[in-house]
Write a protein that binds this ligand. Structure first.
Ligand SMILES: [Zn+2]
Length: 333
C-alpha cells in the first residue's frame, strides 16, 4: 500500500508541476499578447490621427481647387470682355483715322485768311464728309450725273475706263470733279496677268486722262477693288500691286459704302437708295461706290434722293485727293 501511495504521490506531484508550468507558459503568452494588442491599438490610433489629418488637408485642397476654378472662370470672362473692348477700340481707331485724314484734306483757300496763322474753323472741319465715286465711265449717263451733282453743289470722283465715252472726261474735269484711273481695258485676265501688264494698262488710261485734263491723275481704283479675288489666277498680284502703286506716288481707293448698283444688271432704284443710306449710318466719313456704265440708269434715278438724304444727315460732298483716306479693304490675294 505504501508503495502505491508513494508512487501515486510522485505522479500527483509531477502532474502538479506540469500544470504549474503550463500556467506559467499561458500567463506569459497572455501578457505578451496583451502587449502586442496594445501596440496595434496605438498604431491604429496613430493611423486614425494621420488619416484625419490627411482628410483635413484633402478638404482644404478641394476648397483651394474650387476657388482656383472660379478665379480661372473670372479671368476667362475678363479676357473675353477685354478682347471685345479691344476689337471695339480697333474699329473706333480706324474710323477716327479716316475722319482725321478727311479733316486734313486741303486747307480751304486763304481768301478769308485773317492774317494770323490760325486756321479758321470751317463747317467742313466739323461736318461729315461723303466721297461719291463712279466707276466704269464715262458713259451716256455721265452728263446727267454731272447735272444732278451740280444741283446739290456736290463734288465727286470718276474712276474712268479707256473703253468709255472718254470725251466726257473733259466735262467731268471742268465741272470740278476729280478724275481717277480705273483701267484702260476692264479685263481681269489682262490687267492682273503681271505687274508689267497692269502698269502698261494704267499708263494708257493715264495718258488718255491727261490728254483731256492737262493733268496727270494719281488717283486709282483697282478693278474689283484691292480685295478682289478675280485675280487669284496670279497668286499674290494684289499684294504686290498695293505696294507698288503707292511707291510710284499713286493713291489707290476702295470704298466703305456700296450702293450695290453692280449687284445685278439693273438694281431697283429704291434698293440703291436704301443701301447707301443704311451704309452711311453711324459713319462720319464715307466713300460710296457707284457705277457710271451705260446700263446703270437706276443709279442716275437714285442719285437725287441719295444726295438729299445724305445732305440731311450732315454730309458734305467732296472729290477725293491724294491726301484722302484710301478706305482700303485689305488684300485677299
Ligand atoms: Zn470697274
Amino acid at each position: 500500500m505504501n508503495f502505491f501511495s508513494s508512487k501515486s504521490s510522485i505522479i500527483m506531484t509531477s502532474v502538479l508541476v506540469v500544470l504549474a508550468l503550463l500556467c506559467v507558459i499561458l500567463g506569459v503568452t497572455a501578457i505578451g499578447g496583451n502587449n502586442k494588442y496594445k501596440d496595434l491599438e496605438s498604431q491604429l490610433e496613430q493611423k486614425n490621427f494621420e488619416n484625419s489629418q490627411m482628410s483635413d488637408k484633402l478638404s482644404s485642397a478641394e476648397q483651394e481647387n474650387e476657388s482656383l476654378k472660379s478665379s480661372v472662370s473670372d479671368l476667362e470672362s475678363q479676357n473675353n470682355s477685354l478682347t471685345e473692348e479691344n476689337s471695339n477700340l480697333q474699329s473706333q481707331n480706324s474710323s477716327l483715322k479716316q475722319e482725321n485724314s478727311a479733316l486734313k484734306v486741303k486747307p480751304t483757300s486763304s481768301k478769308n485768311n485773317t492774317g494770323t496763322s490760325q486756321n479758321n474753323s470751317t463747317p467742313t472741319e466739323k461736318g461729315k464728309v461723303c466721297y461719291l465715286t463712279f466707276d466704269d465711265g464715262p458713259s451716256n449717263n455721265t452728263l446727267k450725273i454731272i447735272d444732278i451733282l451740280a444741283e446739290y453743289n456736290a463734288k465727286a470722283t470718276f474712276f474712268v475706263v479707256g473703253s468709255g465715252k472718254t470725251q466726257y472726261i473733259k466735262n467731268i474735269h471742268e465741272a470740278g470733279h476729280a478724275v481717277g484711273l480705273h483701267a484702260n481695258v476692264h479685263d481681269y485676265k489682262t490687267i492682273y496677268a503681271s505687274e508689267e501688264a497692269f502698269l502698261a494698262d494704267l499708263n494708257k488710261i493715264s495718258a488718255t486722262v491727261e490728254s483731256y485734263t492737262g493733268q496727270k491723275s494719281m488717283l486709282t481704283r483697282f478693278p474689283g477693288g484691292s480685295s478682289n479675288t478675280a485675280s487669284d489666277f496670279n497668286p499674290g498680284i494684289m499684294s504686290r500691286l498695293t505696294k507698288l502703286l503707292p511707291s510710284m506716288g499713286y493713291s489707290y481707293f476702295d470704298w466703305n459704302v456700296d450702293s450695290t448698283d453692280a449687284s445685278a444688271a439693273k438694281m431697283a432704284t429704291s434698293t440703291i437708295v436704301n443701301s447707301v443710306i443704311d451704309g452711311a449710318k453711324n459713319k462720319r466719313v464715307i466713300c460710296v461706290l457707284f457705277h457710271d456704265a451705260a446700263g446703270k440708269t437706276t443709279t442716275v434715278q437714285a442719285l437725287p434722293q441719295i444726295l438729299k438724304s445724305l445732305s440731311d444727315m450732315g454730309f458734305e460732298f467732296k472729290a477725293l485727293t491724294t491726301e484722302s483716306n484710301g478706305f482700303h479693304h485689305g488684300v485677299r490675294n
